[in-house]
Design a protein around this ligand. Structure first.
Ligand SMILES: Cc1ncc(COP(=O)(O)O)c(C=O)c1O
Length: 316
C-alpha cells in the first residue's frame, strides 16, 4: 500500500537521481548499473564518487544470469535498473528477468532504483509489471525498490515534474535533502500537471503519442533495413524513444559522428553510456523528435556515410 508518505514530487526524475546520490551514496560505494546505462544518472552521481559495476544488457534487458556472481563478488550498495525501453538501448527487461532481479536483490540485500520515464510509451506487446509492484507483492521484502517516473516524456520535459515512490524512511531523508536544494517543486507547475492529468486529456495524449511514435519507429527501422550496409546490428524497441546501433568492432562512432555532421546528420555516440569504457562501436538514434521527412533524409544520409566508411575500412 502506498500512502502520501511514500511519495515525493521532484523537479523531474533527474532531481530524484541527484537526491538518491545525496542521501544514499558515499565515496567508494558501488552502484551496479546496466551497460549501457542512462548517462544522466552517471552524471548525477559522479559528485558523490561511487564506483560503477557494469552488467551488460541484451535484447531482454539486464543479463540477470551474470548478476548473482557480480553481487556475490562486489556487494554493491544499489542496483540501478531501467526496465522499460531502456535509455539508450531501447530494450525491455523480460518478466522472467524482473522476477530474478527482485529475488537476487532480496537475497543479497541490495535496494533497487527503478528508473521508468518511458513505461507508458509502449507500442506493442503487453505492459510488464514494475519491479516496484513485484517487490510489493513479496510481503517479506516490500520496500527495497525506489520507483522513479516523470511527466517529461508524456507531457512536457520543460515542466520539470517527476516523482519518487519508496519506503517512508528513504522518502523522508530525500525530502530533507530537497528542502536544502529548492524547498519544494514549484507548486505552480505541480498545479499545471495536476490539472492536465486529472481529466482524460493526458490519457488521450499518451494514446496519440503511442500511435505517432510507433509509426515513426517503424519508418526508421524500415529505412535502416533498406539502406544500412551489411554488418550493422540494431535493436527493435517495443516502446520508448531510442534505437541502439552496433557497428563492426573496428569502427568508432565518435570518429563517424564527425563525418556524419559534415553530411548534416547526427546521433549520440555510445561510449558515453558505458561507465567503465567501451561501446566505441555503438550509437543511439532517436525516432520521436524528427519529422517523417527528417527521418528519411537522416537515415539515407547516415547510410551513405556508413557505406563509405565501411568501404574505406575494407580497402585498408
Ligand atoms: C532514463 C532517464 N531517467 C531520467 C531522465 C530525466 O528525466 P526528467 O526530465 O524527468 O528529469 C531521463 C531523461 O532523458 C531518462 O532518460
Amino acid at each position: 500500500v502506498c500512502g502520501i508518505e511514500n511519495i515525493l514530487i521532484t523537479s523531474g526524475s533527474q532531481q530524484a537521481l541527484d537526491l538518491i546520490g545525496k542521501v544514499m551514496v558515499n565515496p567508494g560505494d558501488r552502484i551496479l548499473v546496466e551497460e549501457p546505462t542512462y548517462v544522466g544518472a552517471l552524471q548525477a552521481w559522479r559528485p558523490y564518487e561511487p564506483a560503477y559495476i557494469p552488467v551488460p544488457v541484451d535484447n531482454a534487458g539486464m543479463r540477470t544470469d551474470l548478476l548473482e556472481s557480480v553481487l556475490r563478488e562486489t556487494h554493491p550498495k544499489l542496483i540501478y535498473a531501467l526496465p522499460n525501453f531502456q535509455n539508450p538501448s531501447g530494450v525491455t527487461l523480460s518478466n522472467k528477468r524482473r522476477v530474478e532481479l527482485i529475488d537476487l536483490a532480496e537475497r543479497y540485500g541490495v535496494p533497487i532504483i527503478e528508473d521508468d520515464p518511458y513505461g507508458q510509451l509502449r507500442y506493442e506487446g503487453d505492459h510488464e509489471c514494475s519491479l516496484f509492484a513485484l517487490d510489493a507483492m513479496k510481503s517479506k521484502t516490500s520496500g527495497s525498490v525506489l520507483y522513479l517516473s516523470t511527466f517529461s516524456k508524456t507531457l512536457c520535459p520543460g515542466l520539470r515534474v517527476g516523482w519518487v515512490v519508496g519506503p517512508e524512511s528513504v522518502i523522508r531523508q530525500m525530502v530533507q535533502a530537497k528542502q536544502g536544494m529548492d524547498l519544494h517543486t514549484s507548486t505552480f507547475v505541480q498545479m499545471l500537471a495536476y490539472e492536465t492529468a486529472r481529466g482524460d486529456f493526458l490519457d488521450q495524449h499518451i494514446q496519440q503519442l503511442r500511435r505517432a511514435y510507433a509509426v515513426q519507429r517503424d519508418f526508421m527501422l524500415a529505412l535502416m533495413a533498406d539502406h544500412f550496409p551489411p554488418g550493422i546490428k540494431w535493436t527493435r524497441p517495443a516502446g520508448g524513444l531510442f534505437i541502439w546501433v552496433t557497428l563492426p568492432r573496428d569502427m568508432n562512432s565518435t570518429t563517424l559522428l564527425k563525418k556524419a555532421l559534415e553530411h548534416r546528420v547526427a546521433f549520440v555516440p555510445g561510449n558515453e553510456f558505458y561507465p567503465c569504457g567501451g561501446g566505441e562501436n555503438t550509437f543511439r538514434l532517436n525516432f520521436s523528435y524528427p519529422s517523417m521527412e527528417d527521418i528519411e533524409m537522416g537515415i539515407r544520409r547516415l547510410a551513405a556515410v556508413l557505406t563509405q566508411e565501411m568501404q574505406l575500412i575494407a580497402q585498408t
